[in-house]
Ligand binder design. Structure first.
Ligand code: ADP
Length: 528
């Protein structure tokens, strides 16, 4: 059974059981209410009948009541007895008591038997008030409802006896047990039917869940993340819980698919990037093995192998840094006070030999202080300055400036790629330092611009590789900027129209504590 939930009871069974239990409680309450109300009504209408009959009997025997005081006189007794015959019926009994609660006229329809005279009858006479009681009667006739009403001497308050009127409880008991049977059987049938219908309805309602489970299981088994769950169509213009569950699940599978695809591409790109230098090193080693190779060529081969090994080392270092950033394993960046202008000037001076015939201008505001890790910030600036030189043809121009002042400066321009995932980015009122690197180089096309911060993304692969670029420089620059609570942005008017990279970093305030930067950065985008 594919759809069975192995552990515990299935949701469908649980829903049906809950539903059944609720219905059972409702039916029970309802049945009890019906039962007791009916019983109450039957009892009170019996009491009304008894009262009526007792009153009639009292009126009938009232005039001859004096005879009760002379029990030795037989004729009136006989007459009384015949009067009582008019008040009996099936299951209805009457009886008269004298002052001493002795029976002086027995029920004509209870052959040779009296109605019992319970304590309540004596109490009725003593307290001069009617009292109801339920008592068993002789002869296996079950129980009766018994009313004792005191009899008064004509026109006085003197209690000289009592009338007892009783009615058999058997009809009520029979009715009540029939009603109980009916309620029990009808209730049980209704409960069973409702649970069966509920069971079928739950299956229909849960069928999308079964489908979702099947698809999810299939995806897990095959690893085919291109599959999507069937989303139940929204009803009455609104999606239900299952609609949202399936949609959310699909979004999750899509992001998993994207992540796996990115990982796959990263792996492929990394292997490709490492294969090149390895091939060159192996070729050069093979060359060095040969005896006949001239000294100059040998030196050249060794230098090339060293260069490729250094490049591999850089690549592995960069990958390691990004992998740690992805894992949220942040290196403890220092938060020392760094003069950004000074640091930029230093980087530019170091890069000047590479610039060759390109004009390299620096314009920095003095005392533009940020808090951060000097080495990492230097790496960030160096990556961007090297890129600007790399992608600017000889004779071109690279301008680097540092401005410090209250931010934000409305950085969004046409064709801009802004990278910021940190809470403390543009849009907050934190004063920002702005570092701009502008070149007159090959520029970035609008199609490439949104991707330049992705790992191994190269607008022009051959040219980038020829210049020794790994395709990770901007990813690392972005990571460092974000880890410092800043943003990085690339703009370009298009191919051959130069590029501008703008980094914005929070300016240090005097109150800013010198603690290491540990704020986590969201994983960086990978791929092309
Ligand atoms: P690379 O090591 O290839 O330079 P980066 O991550 O530093 O890798 O840059 C990614 C891509 O962005 C580069 O391959 C290049 O296409 C483009 N790029 C970066 N900086 C510039 C620039 N100043 N001018 C033009 N294109 C640039």
């Amino acid at each position: 059974m594919k759809r069975m939930i192995r552990l515990g009871v299935s949701l469908r069974t649980r829903l049906t059981l809950w539903y059944g239990a609720l219905l059972a409680v409702t039916l029970l309450t309802f049945s009890a209410l019906v039962y007791f109300t009916l019983q109450q009504n039957l009892s009170s209408s019996m009491d009304e009948r008894l009262t009526l009959r007792a009153d009639q009997l009292r009126r009938e025997v009232g005039p001859s009541i004096g005879n009760l005081l002379q029990p030795e006189d037989v004729a009136p007794q006989v007459q009384l007895q015949s009067t009582l015959s008019d008040f009996v019926g099936t299951g209805v009994y009457v009886q008269l008591l004298n002052q001493k609660a002795a029976v002086i006229a027995t029920p004509p329809n209870l052959v040779g038997e009296d109605l019992p005279v319970p304590g309540s009858s004596r109490q009725a006479m003593n307290e001069d008030r009617p009292i109801f009681d339920t008592v068993p009667i002789a002869g296996g006739n079950g129980s009766v409802r018994l009313l004792t009403e005191p009899l008064h001497l004509n026109g006085t308050d003197e209690v000289v006896g009592a009338v007892q009127v009783a009615e058999s409880l058997s009809p009520i008991e029979n009715t009540m047990s029939a009603v109980a049977r009916l309620l029990a059987s009808a209730g049980a049938a209704a409960l069973l039917l409702a649970m069966l219908v509920g069971w079928l309805l739950t299956r229909a309602a849960l069928s999308p869940v079964f489908r979702i489970t099947d698809t999810a299981r299939h995806i897990a088994a095959t690893g085919d993340y291109r599959q999507r769950l069937q989303v139940p169509p929204p009803r009455f213009g609104h999606g239900d819980e299952l609609f949202f569950l399936a949609s959310t699940f699909n979004d999750m599978i899509a992001s998993l698919e994207h992540m796996l695809e990115s990982q796959r591409r990263l792996l492929a790109d990394t292997s490709h990037e490492l294969r090149n230098p390895i091939t060159i090193i192996r070729g050069n080693l093979a060359l060095l093995r040969r005896q006949s190779v001239p000294e100059a060529s040998r030196n050249e081969a060794v230098a090339e192998a060293e260069e490729e090994a250094a490049r591999m080392g850089r690549l592995v270092g960069d990958l390691l840094l990004l992998a740690r950033a992805d894992a949220g394993d942040m290196p403890n960046f220092q938060r020392e006070r760094v003069d950004l202008g000074e640091l930029v000037s230093e980087v530019v001076e170091q890069a000047r030999p590479q610039a060759g015939t390109r004009k390299l201008n620096v314009d920095c505001d003095p005392r533009c202080i940020v808090r951060g890790d000097r080495d990492r910030l230097k790496q960030l600036v160096a990556n961007l300055v090297e890129n600007a030189i790399r992608y600017t043809p000889a004779g071109g121009k690279v301008e680097v400036s540092v401005r410090g002042g209250p931010g934000p400066h409305g950085l969004k321009q046409g064709g801009a790629a802004v990278r910021s995932r940190n809470a403390r980015d543009a849009g907050t009122s934190t004063p920002m330092a702005q570092l701009t690197i502008t070149d007159s180089g090959i520029g970035i096309s609008p199609t490439d611009l949104p991707h330049v911060f992705e790992r191994f993304y190269r607008a022009e692969k051959a040219r980038s590789r020829a210049h020794g670029g790994s395709g990770l420089g901007l990813s690392i620059a972005e990571y460092i900027a974000q880890a410092h609570g800043g943003t990085i942005q690339a703009t370009s008017e298009g191919t051959n129209r130069g590029s501008t990279f703008t980094i914005r970093l929070p300016l240090a305030s005097r109150a800013d504590p010198a603690r290491p930067v540990t704020a986590p950065v969201a994983p960086l985008a990978v791929g092309r």
